[in-house]
Design a protein around this ligand. Structure first.
Ligand SMILES: [Fe+2]
Length: 267
């Protein structure tokens, strides 16, 4: 006989908008939400690829496009100071996991007037930050779908995490067109990360029923398209599969857990 259903809770972004070209609705979305002044967080790679100008130009927003990869925790403080000085009422993140994670924590710092290190740990947010719109430009981390932000403590060299449902996106925009010109090595490695999120999120003992369902759909899409998109970078159907699959894989591990593969990444 089956054991009784354990209680579980799921956490998801408040709103998810997907589709080719979906990011072009950003200005209208900001207006509809009553955000008169937004702050944009991005990085040099996204700016260099022309995506920053393409997506945020209509907003005429102040921008910080200098998030490094594996960002040190102080970057969130730097961004928060700029957000406060600008008087912005919402934060847009356009980039990969590093950019989105830095923006998630900066939105907390800016709203609560605290340093980023005060939020490190589980459930330390003490309420939502400024509203966030998270827009991934890779198909991999799934950060737009999770309540986890991973930064680096330069003093120890260790990874530190901010984990709190309060940092889930107000709006996640998954626009596969933003990934069309990703270099093959990033497509491959980010795609493998996403596939592992789905697999680990499915087999974890704490996986909720919702997470297991999402994991199967994520693995189906990534499994049929990862090799294709590496061999044929212009294959838009495969790009679409990867973008949706990695997003679902992010939702999966947010409502489950990663396992040994991600644990091995820590040392
Ligand atoms: Fe990962």
């Amino acid at each position: 006989m089956n054991s009784p259903l354990p209680s579980f809770e799921n956490h998801l972004p408040r709103r998810v908008i997907t589709g080719r070209g979906a990011s072009q609705s950003l200005a209208a979305l900001c207006q509809a939400n009553g955000w008169s002044r937004v702050f944009v967080v991005s990085d040099a790679g996204v700016a260099g690829a022309g995506l920053l100008q393409q997506v945020v130009l209509p907003l005429q927003a102040e921008t910080f496009a200098e998030v490094p990869s594996e960002p040190p925790i102080e970057v969130a403080d730097t961004i928060a100071a700029r957000i406060r000085a600008s008087g912005a009422d919402a934060v847009i993140a356009l980039g990969g996991g590093s950019v989105m994670d830095a923006a998630k924590v900066a939105s907390l710092c800016a709203r609560h007037n605290k340093a980023a290190h005060e939020f490190v740990g589980i459930g330390k947010a003490g309420g939502r930050g400024l509203p966030t719109v998270l827009i991934p430009t890779t198909a991999g981390t799934g950060s737009e779908a999770t309540f986890v932000a991973i930064l680096t403590d330069p003093a120890s060299g260790n990874k530190v995490g901010v984990l709190d449902p309060c940092i889930l996106a107000d709006i996640a925009i998954v626009d596969p067109a933003l990934t069309d010109r990703l270099p093959v090595h990033i497509t491959a490695t980010a795609g493998m990360d996403a596939l592992v999120h789905a697999i680990e999120g499915f087999i974890a003992k704490v996986a909720t029923p919702l997470a297991r369902g999402l994991a199967l759909e994520a693995a189906r899409r990534i499994g049929r398209s990862l090799e294709t998109v590496c061999r044929e970078p212009g294959n838009t159907a495969a790009r679409d599969d990867m973008a949706i699959g990695s997003h679902l894989a992010g939702m999966t591990f947010a409502n489950s857990s990663c396992c040994a593969v991600h644990a091995l990444a820590l040392p």
